[in-house]
Design a protein around this ligand. Structure first.
Ligand code: AP5
Ligand code: ZN
Length: 215
């Protein structure tokens, strides 16, 4: 199963990715998570990425492509993978095509999660993430039992630095200009499946899993 999750910021890609990788037992490759890990570790890559991320801008293609290429060549990706947040530009999509061609494999499906702009802002601004295990909650739509403690591991919940209304609005604008055209790119290849991301989390998961099982 070689799949991409497309969708604007706050559409629910990370939330659904957790469910899909458990169902199909494949690695979850999130470029956003890779950058946040590097920021936390204080690596050179993290320092570079942070500049862009905090402004809601995309990290330059050459940095992102090299990371994903290395990751896809690791052994655990042999039987499939789920890409979340990559590709995000035409350059990245074409680079991915080339990497996969060189590996002699093909994408099975591209899932596009659709959500209205006002809802995206509400979701991102209300998102809370566990500092320990990375679990994602929402203060209104998917609350943890205690407002600042993770239900799963009792870790502290925090807000992402790029989840302010201003930065989310910028991220959505960048998505519209840079990433949305990829919907047509994958539709033309016959790989696209559109999912209504405004349905409840469990319903969205069921719909995605059904589509992926048809392949
Ligand atoms: P990244 O981490 O990829 O962020 P994003 O694409 O902006 O997506 P989000 O993580 O904000 O949203 P999501 O769709 O995963 O939603 P979630 O499931 O959390 O990227 C961050 C930054 O890194 C970028 O801005 C860029 O700078 C850089 N970057 C990353 N990849 C890059 C690339 N390839 N090229 C260049 N730069 C790159 O859900 C959101 C909230 O809604 C949660 O609180 C959740 O509980 C709730 N929720 C989810 N589903 C539902 C539902 N169905 N109903 C109700 N609530 C729901
Ligand atoms: Zn936790």
């Amino acid at each position: 199963m070689r799949t991409i999750l497309l969708g604007p910021p706050g559409a629910g890609k990370g939330t659904q990715a957790e469910v899909i990788v458990n169902e199909f037992n494949i690695p979850h490759i999130s470029t956003g998570d890779i950058f946040r890990y590097n920021i936390k570790q204080g690596t050179e890559l993290g320092l570079k990425a942070k500049e862009y991320m905090n402004q809601g801008l995309l990290v330059p293609d050459e940095l992102v492509v090299a990371i994903v290429e290395d990751r896809l060549k690791q052994k655990d990706c042999e039987n499939g993978f789920l890409l979340d947040g990559f590709p995000r530009t035409a350059v990245q999509a074409e680079a991915l095509d080339e990497v996969l061609r060189n590996m002699g494999v093909q994408l099975n499906r591209v899932i596009n999660i659709e959500v209205d702009k006002q809802m995206l802002i509400k979701r991102a601004v209300g998102r809370r993430i566990c500092k320990e295990c990375g679990a994602t909650f929402h203060i209104e739509f998917n609350p943890s039992e205690k407002v600042d403690t993770c239900d799963k591991c009792k870790g502290n919940l925090h807000q992402r630095e790029d989840d302010t209304e201003e930065t989310v609005t910028k991220r959505i604008e960048v998505y519209m200009n840079e990433t949305k055209p990829l919907i047509d790119y994958y539709r033309a290849k016959g790989l696209l499946e559109v999912i209504d991301g405004e349905l409840p989390i469990t319903v969205v998961s069921e719909k995605i899993i059904k589509v992926l099982k048809e392949d």
